[in-house]
Structures are given as C-alpha cells and as structure tokens.
Write a protein that binds this ligand. Structure first.
Ligand SMILES: Cc1cc2nc3c(=O)[nH]c(=O)nc-3n(C[C@H](O)[C@H](O)[C@H](O)COP(=O)(O)OP(=O)(O)OC[C@H]3O[C@@H](n4cnc5c(N)ncnc54)[C@H](O)[C@@H]3O)c2cc1C
Length: 499
C-alpha cells in the first residue's frame, strides 16, 4: 500500500464511487471522472443543481448510504473530482502495452457544449466503471415521435421531472421496467400497462431455480415489492408474455399494437390488440459500454467475434482485466444491479490502490460480488431476448435511425453483397455510421446480419485494421475538430509522466 499510488476511476456511478471510496481507504490518491455534473450514475441520477430535489431520499433507494459515500469521496483531500468530463479516448502506452493507458479527457462541459478543454491523465492504475445503456429492439413505427427508450423516459422523469406523455405503455423485458413505470407515475403520467415479454414459464425457470441463492438479495426484493405496491395503487396492469410489436400514428405515436409472444418471441397469431397511447417506453435489457475497455485492449468474455450482445469485460477475482493496471467494475462486467456494482467497485478500487489482499472487509465484499454475479446469470436466464423478434420487422422498418437504413436494405446488402463481413455491411448500408456511431443499432445490426448470413459477423482483422464489432469505437465520445486540434494539457503536473 502506498500513499503515492494514483488511481484514475472513470465513471462515478455505484461502481465508480465505490471504487474511489475503497481506493482512498487503501491510501491511494484518486482522480474520479464522470461526464455528468453529479456522481450517482444511472441508479442515483440526481436533478441538476439548479433545481435539486428538497427531499432526494424520497426519490432514491439507499439514499443515506449513497450520500455519505458521495460526501466522503468528494471531500477527501486525496481525491480530485472531475465532473462534466468525458473520456473520449484511451491511449495504450507505446511501444509495449505494459501498463495502464493514458486517459484523454474533454473537461468542463456537457457532450454538446462548447469551450471544453482537452486534458490527459496518467495514473498507476485505471478503474473502468462506465456502466451500460438500455437496449431497444426495432419494430415497425419505433422511430415515431412519442416512442422512448425506457431509460430516456426514466431519465427525463427522474432527472428533469418531465413526463413523456399522459397515457403511456411500458414494454420490453427485465425488472428495470418496474422502476421506469414508477418514475413515470411519480412524475405524473398515467401508465396504462407494463408488458413483460418473458412468459410465466421462462420467468419461473429463471427466478425459481435454487431459490436459496436469492437470500442475499432481500434488499432487491423489498425494492421490487415497493414498485408492485405502487403499480397496484395506480391500478396499472402488469402482463406477462406480451409486448409492443408496432407503433402507429400520423406524425407521432397515437396507438400501439401489442401481441402475445411465444417463448422465442414469435407472435401468437390472433393475439394482437391496439391500445391508444400518446407515448410508449421500451427497453429490452442493457448493452454494456465497451468502447473504453476495448480501446484499452481488455479481453471480453461471452463474445462471438464481432457479434451480437452478450459480451462483457473479463475480470479476475480482484476485478483485474487482461490489461496490466486496468480494472473493471459494474455493468460492464455483467448486468446485476446497483448493489453488485458497488461490491465490484469496492474490490476493484482496493486492488487498484494496492490494498492488502488479505484485508478482512474484502472477504465480505467478494462474497457480495459473487452473489451479484450469480444474480446476473439468473437475470439473464429469466429475461432472455427471444431470437424470433426479427419476425416483427417489415422491409421498410428502420433499423439504424441515424442513417435511416431499413431492414430491407440490410437484407439485400447481406444476401447480395456483403455476406457476414461487418465492415462491408456498414459501408454498403451506412448502418452504424451516423451520430450515435452504432451505439443504439450496432448490436442489433450485428445480430440481424449474423442471422441473415447464417454465420457470425466476420470479426477477423482486415488489411491491418482491428476486427470490426458493434462496440469498437476508438473515439468513444463525440469530439469537435476544433477540440481535437487544440493542444491538450495534463490534468495535474504530477500526472504528466509521459507527456
Ligand atoms: C438508463 C438506465 C436507467 C437505470 N435505472 C435503474 C433504476 O431505476 N433502478 C435500478 O435498480 N437500476 C437501474 N439501472 C441499472 C443501474 O444502472 C445499475 O444497476 C447501476 O447503476 C450500475 O452501476 P455502474 O456504476 O456500473 O454504472 P452507471 O450507474 O451507469 O454509471 C456509469 C457512469 O459512468 C459515466 N460514464 C460513462 N462513460 C463515460 C465516459 N466516456 N467518460 C466519463 N464518464 C463516463 C456515466 O456518466 C455514469 O455516471 C438503470 C440502467 C440504465 C442504463
């Protein structure tokens, strides 16, 4: 353990804040970076300072513990907190990748802001805790105004107190649909129904297996019970094995078509019905944000070369990745919820700081982390995305919203020209080349391409280029040409060891 050891933590959600806390406790100097104005991540998304909530504890679970940790970390004399600071690139050290990468930052403003300054950060260890974003499958009409991702609707309700509509249907899969519905109700929307695509048998198989393993997660059960009670109070129907397969309207969504699903998510004939709405919120699980881990060179697990989602950062018992000096924690290593992310973060922060591996509190943290990993597997089994969802698509259904590429164009490109070569599909259809750079459509296009070509996308390197894949994005955040051209400065003179 050394007071001089410097740990950079990227992401100040449950995993990152916990990593910073543990690294400080182990004696390290910490730089905590987040592109948001406030720590908290997705779980403790805070209202902007200009209209902060008077009683945040009423809006958030585990608020007192979060608030204590937040204060301790930000006020710590060995902690430098960099809010509004996006990591846009990780640069492996040359010539041999023997240590953690240099962190390139854009500091001092939101993603679309001006006047941001370029900075670099060189630390002895880097903890990546950048979380996930919600995944949405395309369906006819999903590009109409009034169709929201569940995460965006929740962010507006929780982070801005803005409601997306008066009559809303929430659909998709996973327990996350419940807090989304709760946030909408609390912000004043009328939620007509919550549609969970998994049927009773799939849910029972996932959640009912080895029920004693759920004992460490009684906190989650309490949280769940709170949502169920809220939904019951507002008379919100919760239906299993049904989902939204089409949105319709003139200029914006006016009604949705919902249908019963078989376990593979093919539609049960004759089960469709229409529901008048003015907004619909959909979420089909989460995609880990893998661009920074990939830029650092971290090996993934569960990866099909260049293929559909299911890949996470591979870590060992101390949350070490395959790259020396780089640790990973939270949703990028598996989707298991905030408590598991916190436990992983604490293990990662302690190890990154060079803390004593035999320290007593570490044993309990590791147990809690392992319980979180088991929970992640259970969650994935109970809420799988059925392979037959592509049956909802029509030739004219848009799959890449930024570039307006439709399913018909993708089918033609794969069958006529590209086969499973991810790069050729991209260049011929432009899917994934728009402003979001494939963040939304990338995993979907990779999955559809694999299915159409009858083979996983070709993830082999071509002409010296690294393999293409839905998460390979060397420039991880948008950067203006002016910002790129401007010189960068180290965040701190002591950190400029290889400037
Ligand atoms: C949209 C959404 C809403 C959710 N809502 C709920 C909920 O209501 N209840 C619930 O139980 N679970 C919710 N979850 C799941 C929940 O996010 C996780 O269980 C938990 O927050 C994961 O913690 P984390 O630290 O891994 O990631 P996060 O909480 O996502 O934190 C990651 C942090 O990294 C920062 N970051 C990412 N990239 C960069 C970058 N390049 N540069 C700088 N900073 C960066 C982000 O700003 C963020 O603060 C939600 C997930 C999502 C995606």
């Amino acid at each position: 353990m050394s007071a001089a050891r410097h740990v950079a933590v990227i992401g100040a959600g449950p995993a990152g804040l916990s990593a910073a806390h543990a690294a400080l406790a182990a004696g390290a100097r910490v730089t905590l970076v987040d592109s948001a104005e406030q720590p908290g991540g997705q779980y403790h998304r805070m209202l902007p300072a200009a209209y902060a909530a008077e009683h945040p504890e009423r809006l958030h679970h585990d608020w007192p513990a979060f608030e204590r940790r937040r204060r301790r970390v930000l006020a710590h004399p060995r902690c430098t907190w960099l809010p509004d600071s996006a990591v846009w690139m990780l640069e492996p050290p040359a010539p041999e990748p023997a240590g953690p990468p240099r962190v390139h930052l854009l500091c001092g403003g939101p993603a679309d802001g001006s006047g941001r300054a370029r900075r670099t950060l060189d630390a002895d260890a880097v903890v990546l805790a950048v979380g996930a974003h919600d995944r949405v499958l395309p369906f006819p009409g999903w590009d109409l105004p009034g169709v929201f991702t569940a995460g965006a609707a929740q962010a507006l309700a929780k982070g801005e107190r803005v409601v997306v509509g008066d009559r809303v249907v929430v659909a998709g899969t996973g327990p996350f649909l419940l807090p989304v519905a709760a946030s909408l109700l609390e912000a004043g929307s009328r939620v007509l129904e919550v549609l969970e695509a998994a049927g009773p048998a799939t849910l029972a198989r996932g959640w009912g297996r080895r029920p004693w393993e759920l004992v460490p997660h009684t906190g989650k059960a309490g949280e769940l019970a709170g949502y169920v009670a809220l939904l019951a109070r507002h008379r919100v129907r919760y239906r299993l094995g049904r989902t939204v397969v089409e949105a319709r309207g003139e200029g914006r969504v006016e009604e949705v078509v919902t249908a019963r699903l078989r376990p593979d998510w093919s539609v049960v004939p004759g089960s469709a019905r229409t529901v008048p709405v003015d907004a619909v919120c959909v979420g089909h699980g989460f995609s880990p944000q893998l661009e920074l881990p990939l830029a650092a060179g971290c090996v993934l697990r569960g990866e099909v070369a260049g293929g559909p989602p299911g890949a996470f950062v591979r870590v060992d018992d101390d949350q070490r990745t395959s790259v020396p000096g780089v640790f990973a924690a939270g949703e990028i290593t598996g989707i298991a919820g905030a408590p598991a992310a916190r436990a992983e973060g604490a293990v990662a922060g302690w190890a990154a700081a060079g803390g004593d591996p035999a320290a007593r509190p570490l044993r309990a943290l590791r147990r809690s982390r392992d319980a979180g990993r088991a929970f992640a597997e259970r969650l994935a089994r109970a809420h799988p995305v059925g392979a037959a969802w592509s049956g909802w698509l029509r030739a004219e259904t848009v799959v890449c919203r930024c570039e307006g590429t439709d399913y018909g164009a993708l089918c033609a490109a794969v069958t006529d020209r590209a086969g499973s070569a991810a790069r050729v599909t991209k260049l011929t259809t432009r899917a994934g080349l728009g402003p979001c750079q494939g963040r939304v459509c990338g995993p979907t296009v990779a999955e559809l391409t694999a299915r159409l070509a009858g083979a996983p996308p070709d993830g082999e390197p071509h002409e010296g280029l690294p393999p293409a894949g839905p998460h390979r994005r060397p420039v991880a955040q948008p950067i203006r040409l002016g910002e790129l051209a401007a010189p960068s400065a180290p965040t701190d003179e002591r950190e400029s060891s290889h400037e």
